[in-house]
Design a protein around this ligand. Structure first.
Ligand SMILES: [Zn+2]
Length: 110
């Protein structure tokens, strides 16, 4: 019966599963081994032809594989920043980044 199954699915989260206690960090979904710890990270993203860096982004970082997970609200905020076009005037600072070619032709000297 579809209707009763749906009702069951809706009732479950509030009835059975308690929230994860603060002491127990959530397990990493990527590697399944590490635990996620809240940390501030920086992320680089493309805005058209510009590469911009956003610092102090709150993320859950896996202690084992380093995978980063954003809360929905954080992801939304990043989207909003991207939507704002990252005006140069509001940048905290600028940094120079080295650019590499994936495949570099080998030099014969050396
Ligand atoms: Zn992991």
């Amino acid at each position: 019966m579809p209707s009763s199954a749906e009702a069951d699915r809706r009732a479950k989260p509030q009835a059975a599963e308690p929230k994860v206690p603060a002491a127990e960090a959530p397990r990493c979904e990527s590697c399944g081994t590490g635990r996620l710890a809240l940390d501030n990270v920086r992320t680089a993203l493309w805005s058209g032809e510009r590469l911009v860096v956003v610092e102090d982004v709150p993320a859950l970082v896996c202690t084992h594989c380093g995978e980063q997970f954003y809360e929905d609200e954080t992801a939304m905020r990043l989207d909003m920043l991207r939507g704002g076009g990252f005006p140069t005037g509001s940048a905290a600072r600028e940094m120079v980044v080295p650019v590499f070619k994936f495949s570099t032709p080998r030099n014969s000297e050396g």
